[in-house]
Design a protein around this ligand. Structure first.
Ligand SMILES: *Cc1c(COP(=O)(O)O)cnc(C)c1O
Length: 407
């Protein structure tokens, strides 16, 4: 018999966890589909999917089955050996995308770290060691390793951690002229999110994405797309680049890739991959059989017309409900995004209230996200039932009303 489990509460967090997070006051213990229950048994509707991670909802039967089956087969071998789930998952990602080669890691930051290292290594071995400049964008988010926070465009995440990696330039997002002003023959890569997630749910424009591709071709630089948040169906297509008809040289995926099990991938072409040789890069857990088995099951479900084609209808429900709230409360200045990555920016007179609305929503039994201080962000399960959208939006309306018109 299992030993009695020690009692822990939200208070325990403040005593034992490094204070880099400020979690909600409730502790979720169970999830099914788009519903979550806390320690007190209170029910929440989940419009967050754990920041665009549990794209098939909580405890999807196909993922639970894959985890259980692999859990009784083989957990880990190291990269001294390869394994079947990793080879199957890589083959399927290649079939579904521009890619010809895959590198597995464990988090978005690690996939991006691999991407930035590959871009520099490729340039230094094929062109010149001085071809090291990386062009990135204001408000971009690429993860929390020192290299990825440095390429990210939010100084609050990198301040205090210097000295930082050098030769990284930031320019405004969606501003092609600004890129033209800094790109040169020493540029090895442009790194961009097709939809900035943490930076406020900002989609790139068609002209911008096309222009970046042209500039990369002109200067023999690589186009690196960070699809950690926008990928795996989130935008309504498997990867957001497929909306633009613009092929990347390197693409990173994480978050929804494992549907809640930690895994990430960097995708690239044969030509670029051929710069690498054994020992140049690696990671202990990358391609772990458990992670790859779950990710393979997630990909098999997500990359089907029945899931991808249902996203637009769900998006419409979200937009209609947000517009109805707006008609009543005059809360938002803009509702934007693609697919089921939706941002609602607060009107100037409500600036700074995103966190208050998030907290009020939790009290009403709804989990939502913010992106910065002025944007509400919604990233629900891609298969969220329409009824859950309706119920959740009723809870959001009550929460917003309480914040704007306190009793
Ligand atoms: C979340 C995120 C990352 C970082 O992923 P981690 O798994 O937290 O390391 C990188 N890029 C984008 C666009 C993200 O949204």
């Amino acid at each position: 018999m299992a030993a009695e489990k020690m009692a822990v509460t939200r208070q325990t967090f403040d005593e034992v966890i490094l204070p880099v997070y400020a979690p909600a006051q409730f502790v979720p213990v169970k999830g099914k589909g788009s519903r979550v229950w806390d320690q007190q048994g209170k029910e929440y509707i989940d419009f967050t999917a754990g920041i665009a991670v549990t794209a098939l909802g909580h405890c999807h039967p196909a993922l639970v089955e894959a985890l259980k089956t692999q859990g009784e087969m083989l957990w880990h071998t190291s990269n001294v050996f390869t394994n079947e789930p990793a080879l199957r998952l890589a083959s399927k990602l290649i079939d579904a995308t521009f890619a010809e080669r895959v590198f597995f890691a464990n988090s978005g930051a690690e996939a991006n770290e691999a991407a930035f290292k590959l871009a520099r290594y490729y340039a230094s071995t094929r062109h010149s060691p001085y071809k090291s400049k990386i062009i990135a964008f204001h408000n971009a988010f690429h993860g929390r390793t020192l290299f990825t926070v440095s390429v990210g465009g939010q100084p609050k995440y990198s301040d205090g951690f210097g000295p930082k990696p050098a030769d990284i330039v930031h320019v405004p997002f969606n501003d092609l002229e600004a890129v033209k002003a800094v790109i040169d023959d020493h540029t090895c890569a442009i790194v961009v999110e097709p939809i900035q997630g943490e930076g406020g749910v900002m989609p790139a424009t068609q002209e911008f994405m096309q222009g970046l591709r042209q500039l990369c071709d002109q200067y023999q630089a690589l186009l690196v797309l960070d699809e950690v948040q926008s990928g795996m169906g989130r935008s309504g297509k498997l990867f957001a680049y497929q909306h633009y008809g613009v092929q990347p040289d390197i693409l990173t995926s994480a978050k929804a890739l494992g549907g809640g099990f930690p895994i990430s991938a960097m995708l690239t072409t044969n030509e670029i991959a051929s710069a690498m040789t054994p020992g140049v890069h690696g990671t202990t857990y990358g391609g772990n059989p458990l992670a790859c088995a779950v990710a393979e099951a997630a990909l098999d479900v997500i990359n089907t017309p029945s899931v991808l084609d249902g996203i637009e209808q769900r998006r419409q429900r979200f937009i209609e409900a947000l517009e109805a709230i707006n008609a009543k409360l005059d809360l938002f200045s803009e509702i934007r995004g693609k697919g089921l990555l939706i941002g609602a920016e607060l009107q100037p007179q409500h600036k700074g209230k995103a966190r208050d609305i998030l907290n009020a929503a939790a009290a009403e039994g709804l989990m939502i996200l913010t992106a910065g201080t002025d944007v509400l962000r919604f990233a629900p399960s891609l298969v969220i039932p329409l009824a859950d959208i309706g119920d959740g939006m009723a809870r959001l309306a009550r929460a917003a009303e309480k914040v704007l018109k306190p009793a």
